[in-house]
Design a protein around this ligand. Structure first.
Ligand code: PMP
Length: 428
């Protein structure tokens, strides 16, 4: 094969040691040695433009976050059973970003744990079992959360208490009112849950529908859906692991674009700019009984270093006006992508908000037949041009463009130049 000897050796060693469940990106996998801002460097010193990693959301190795983590690590790393100001100061900062009904925050280490805790609370509060998600949703890797993550693959084992609704696919669904359309699907599944005596505990959604194919175009969508959910006694869990922390460019949280207030918000990925920090924000009446009847302790969740990382990350988002930057750079990127689409019929649709874009590749604009092979070829061609992206949706035919929030308009220009070149050279 075309891999050089060192890459081949690492790929084999990895398979031997880590087993078959781990997947690598790219036909020609890449090893990174270090990174800074929006740039990554491979072991030969080549520079790559990172337009994908939303974990190090304020920029790779941000000095303010790294200094805070190092200082706290040198001073004290301990858990939430001792009193600390750090967790309280951060809790106040974080709660300030939410509507006033959302009054408590609790901390975990991963987004999966956050969704797991949210669902335990939802079930306890409602006394119901059922969970409704979109058809290609991803909400986590634990036994509970993988049970409502259909995007884990054809063999994913969905819970018997899980129902799926189609994503609000504005490219393929010609509904006059997308919110009413989705609400009708949700109502149908609620009816089925009730018929089987399970009832609805929660509707769980990522308001950008990331793994369904990135559907950001209809920000009024959730109001009618949540009416149906609440009428059935269920709650709304907003999974903000991907779309939170200013990603949309217009609001701190993705759900805020829809002008609704969730009972529980879950968050993770970008929260500590790479340090594992995640958590939930919750309305008091939802966690009331749960908190009285049960205890919650998470050894690493909310530890002093995690809180230092999270606080420093939020400070950077606010002090460097990264939401505004996401909006501004996102608009440039969107315009450039739309220009590319005008000149290339293989691009069926361009959508997104802030610094989260989807570019849908199709075999034919009339039939909208997904072109997975083309999307894959483009992702690999971009890697060859040293630009990092990926693909998403059921058919993996939607280019996923999700750079760090500090991506500048110059970076956007460089990105667009390379994508134009990639489109010209890939002829699948
Ligand atoms: N929810 C969403 C929307 C996610 O994208 C992810 C991670 N891809 C998770 C939850 C799970 O987060 P983690 O990998 O930190 O457990």
């Amino acid at each position: 094969d075309a891999l050089d000897a060192r890459t081949r050796e690492m790929v084999d060693r990895r398979a031997r040691l880590l087993g078959p469940a781990y997947r690598l990106f790219y036909a020609n996998p890449v090893e990174f040695a270090h990174a800074e801002g929006v740039m990554m460097y491979d072991s030969d010193g080549n520079e790559y433009l990172d337009a994908y990693n939303n974990v190090v959301s304020v920029g790779h190795c941000h000095p303010h976050v790294n200094a805070a983590v190092k200082a706290q690590m040198d001073k004290l790393c301990t858990h939430t059973r001792y009193m600390q100001d750090g967790i309280l100061d951060y809790a106040e900062m974080l709660l300030d970003t939410f509507e006033k009904d959302i009054a408590h925050v609790m901390f975990t280490c991963t987004g999966s744990e956050a969704n797991d805790l949210a669902l335990r609370m939802a079930k306890y509060h409602t006394g119901n079992e059922g969970i409704i998600v979109t058809s290609e949703a991803y909400h986590g890797n634990s036994e509970l959360t993988s049970g409502f993550s259909p995007s884990m693959g054809e063999n994913s084992r969905l819970g018997t208490w899980v129902r799926r609704v189609p994503a609000p696919d504005t490219y393929r669904v010609a509904a006059e009112n997308m919110g009413e359309w989705l609400a009708a699907h949700v109502a149908e599944q609620i009816h089925d849950l009730q018929r089987r005596g399970q009832g609805l505990a929660a509707f769980v959604a990522d308001s950008l529908f990331s793994s369904d194919g990135i559907f950001a175009n209809d920000p009024e969508l959730l109001t009618p859906v949540l009416k149906v959910v609440r009428d059935a006694g269920g709650i709304f869990v907003a999974d903000e692991v991907q779309c939170g922390f200013a990603r949309t460019g217009s609001d701190m949280w993705g759900y805020q674009r829809h002008r609704v207030v969730p009972e529980i918000v879950t968050m993770g990925k970008p929260m500590g700019n790479g340090y594992p920090v995640a958590g939930i924000a919750v309305q008091s009446h939802i966690c009331e009984a749960f908190g009285h009847d049960m205890r919650y302790f998470n050894t690493f969740g909310g530890n002093t270093v995690a809180m230092a990382a999270a606080r420093a990350t939020l400070e950077v988002i606010q002090n460097e006006n990264l939401m505004e930057n996401a909006r501004k750079t996102g608009a440039v990127l969107m315009e450039g992508l739309r220009d590319l689409a005008k000149a290339d019929a293989r691009i069926g649709d361009v959508r997104g908000t802030g610094l989260y874009m989807g570019v849908e590749m199709v075999k034919d604009r009339a039939t909208r037949d997904p072109d997975s092979a083309l999307a894959l070829a483009l992702v690999n061609e971009m890697r060859a041009r040293r630009v990092l992206i990926s693909a998403t949706a059921a058919n993996a035919n939607v280019l996923k463009i999700r750079p760090q929030l500090c991506f500048s308009t110059d970076h956007a220009d460089r990105f667009l130049t390379e994508l134009k070149g990639a489109l010209a050279s890939v002829t699948t």
